[in-house]
Design a protein around this ligand. Structure first.
Ligand code: SF4
Ligand code: SF4
Length: 97
């Protein structure tokens, strides 16, 4: 079940801060991927945590048609989306005083 009130255009693309494994070849440009120590290919993330493929002006994926399978499967308003949105809010609010 998804939360129908949640829409990507109203979101800061917070799911694009998750580690994204490239488990199939969807045509992601190589300069946007890196290999972990265990050999698994992942999307490069910038120092602030967001994926290097994110268009930071519009907060849209700049490689939408080539995006990894994991990105395609993350459902807007689904459990993982909601969890990441909640985690982002907690991180931004900082420690309670
Ligand atoms: S899938 Fe969820 S977390 Fe990702 S951009 Fe859309 S609303 Fe935000
Ligand atoms: S590839 Fe695109 S959809 Fe996937 S995390 Fe990066 S910017 Fe987001």
């Amino acid at each position: 079940m998804t939360d129908q009130r949640i829409h990507c255009p109203d979101c800061a693309a917070v799911c694009c801060r998750l580690e994204v494994l490239c488990i199939t070849d969807t045509g992601v440009p190589r300069h946007l991927t890196q290999q972990r120590a265990d050999g698994v290919e992942t999307m490069v993330r910038l120092d602030d945590g967001w994926c290097a493929a994110l268009d930071r002006v519009n907060m849209h994926c700049s490689i939408y048609d080539q995006r990894p399978l994991i990105c395609r499967e993350l459902e807007m308003g689904g459990a993982d989306c909601i969890a990441e949105r909640q985690r982002f809010v907690v991180e931004c609010s900082g420690p309670a005083s």
